[in-house]
Design a protein around this ligand. Structure first.
Ligand SMILES: [Zn+2]
Ligand SMILES: [Zn+2]
Length: 167
């Protein structure tokens, strides 16, 4: 496997002191400027920190001309691991840093979804969105997908909706 692109340490070895790829073992942020007194920069696993979690939780994005990065499914052409989604959901407690990696924290509730959609849709629009079959959810409605425990997919679908038509 490749060495760390920043500090050039090899796989399984601790990052050097000021490596900007290293994640803080204490907070999960960028070690070189997180400001924590405790913790360390951890080891280089052979790939960018957080990518494995994105794959595990199905967080992907594609770069769409004139639109930027949009939510995507793993099977979409050009889809890559969506680190921004991972970090954003980490901020809101959906993921929790365990010192080495991000693990699932609190579940995403309907109220979270409503908050995402609220700027774009009326209350009635939100209700309809929750009940309508979604291609993003392989034909399930967001309401059914939430009941089935697919809260991350539903949150991604809501963000995809707000960002613009999902391709
Ligand atoms: Zn490094
Ligand atoms: Zn820190």
């Amino acid at each position: 496997m490749d060495n760390c692109p920043s500090c050039d340490t090899s796989t399984g070895v601790r990052h050097s002191e000021h490596c900007d790829v290293a994640r803080c073992s204490s907070c999960g942020g960028q070690r070189c400027d997180c400001g924590c007194v405790e913790g360390n920069g951890g080891i280089w696993t052979g790939e960018w920190p957080g990518k494995a979690e994105c794959r595990e939780y199905g967080l992907y994005a594609v770069l769409v001309p004139y639109k930027g990065w949009l939510r995507a499914k793993a099977s979409d052409e050009g889809a890559i691991e969506d680190l921004n989604s991972l970090y954003a959901m980490g901020q809101s407690g959906v993921f929790v840093w365990n010192g080495v990696r991000w693990i699932r924290g609190r579940p995403i509730e309907v109220t979270d979804i409503v908050r995402v959609l609220g700027d774009s849709l009326s209350d009635e629009g939100v209700r309809q969105w929750l009940q309508a079959p979604s291609t993003y959810l392989d034909g399930s409605s967001p309401a059914d997908a939430l009941l089935a425990g697919q809260d991350l997919r539903v949150a991604e679908a809501a963000r995809a909706f707000v960002e613009g038509p999902y391709l």
